[in-house]
Design a protein around this ligand. Structure first.
Ligand code: DAH
Length: 339
């Protein structure tokens, strides 16, 4: 009996020592000390032991049980410590690793050009005002001397909401809205989105931006208009820039003109950028038509003024030598990152 006990104990110790996990140890525990375990079965076989030997056998079993339990507890504790240590090692945080970078965007080229443009005009004392993108026919056309059936309405075909409400085709309606307030003098620019039912190509888009300008005061002349545009062009495109004004027609100005700047690529000699002419067209302008003044509640015998309309995309493309307007709208990071 004594040998059997020793054998059970030795085998148990060996198994415990070789256990690789807490699960292994639990299994060993049940297989030896559990209800159907080896040691328990010895106790169950006590009925076959001679009565006088029973206390001795009982003591032996209890001693073996205590020894195994003690060893098991010690090994369990050790293994638990090992598992915890390994887990800590695995979960360690390397505080020296570089952080995930948040990608910060930056201003769109259109916005950069607009900020530059605004800076120049604000420096000359202009106020920046905005008007609605969904506009009444009255402001977009009627008050700007473009009555129903006027051919200019066809040229600026747009998206109608109702017969009288439309997506504005130009920023010029802001002129009428500002004049209507009756606060004199007026010196404003008004940047914003405009809409026309144009097909998309390298120079057209159904939605683009304009910057309107309007000055009304006593004694304003064409010389003020020319001086203002010339000064802006020099600050915006570079100090060597020259301007020239060609007669043109707009219903809301009289006289009207288109302004060209000397090509800042070739300095006026003629190149691919200016198609050999040395000049680049940048805006429409003119002296506000007396009828427009009158219809907006301003006495044309007392006040006069000038207006201009700059195509924002046009000057952005020119300034950065971009040859396709679509690039401005595609939001391709490889393009946008260059500004
Ligand atoms: N609104 C005109 C257009 O879209 C541009 C323009 C021309 C605006 C002359 C003006 C102006 O204020 O005086 O073609």
């Amino acid at each position: 009996m004594k040998e059997r006990m020793e054998a059970i104990k030795a085998k148990a110790f060996e198994r415990i020592q070789n256990a690789k996990s807490i699960d292994d140890l639990n299994e060993i525990k049940t297989s030896i000390l559990g209800k159907k375990g080896e040691l328990t079965s010895v106790l169950k076989g006590m009925k076959d032991v001679a009565p006088e030997d029973r206390p001795k056998v009982g003591q032996m079993v209890n001693e073996a049980r205590a020894a195994i339990e003690e060893f098991l507890a010690a090994e369990t504790k050790e293994l638990q410590a090992k598992v915890r240590a390994e887990k800590m090692k695995k979960e360690v945080i390397d505080v020296t690793l570089p952080a995930k970078k948040l990608k910060a965007g930056h201003r769109h080229p259109n916005q950069i050009a607009l900020d530059d443009l605004e800076r120049v005009f604000v420096g000359m004392g202009y106020e920046v005002v905005e008007g609605p993108e969904v506009e009444y026919d009255k402001y977009n056309f009627e008050l700007l001397n473009i009555p129903a059936n006027h051919p200019a309405k066809d040229e600026q075909d747009t998206f109608y909401i109702t017969k009288d409400i439309l997506l504005r085709t130009q920023t010029s309606p802001v002129q009428a809205r500002v004049m209507e307030t009756g606060r004199m003098p007026i010196r404003i620019i008004s940047p914003g989105r405009v809409f026309r039912s144009d097909e998309v190509d390298a120079t057209h888009s159904p939605s683009f931006h304009q910057v309107e300008g309007l000055v009304i005061d006593k004694g304003i002349t064409m010389a003020d208009l020319k001086g203002t545009i010339d000064q802006w062009a020099k600050e915006f495109f570079g100090p060597d820039t020259k301007t020239k004004f060609r007669p043109h027609h707009f219903p809301f100005t009289e006289p009207s003109a288109e302004a060209d700047v000397t090509c800042f690529k070739c300095g006026g000699k003629g190149c691919r950028m200016c198609k050999g002419s040395g000049w680049i067209e940048i805006l429409g302008c003119g002296m506000v038509h007396p009828k427009v003044l009158k219809d907006c509640g301003i006495d044309p015998d007392v006040y006069s003024g000038f207006a201009f309309g700059i195509g924002l995309e046009r000057v952005t493309l020119l300034k950065y030598e971009i040859d396709d307007m679509r690039l401005l709208y595609e939001n391709d990071e490889r393009f946008l990152e260059q500004f």
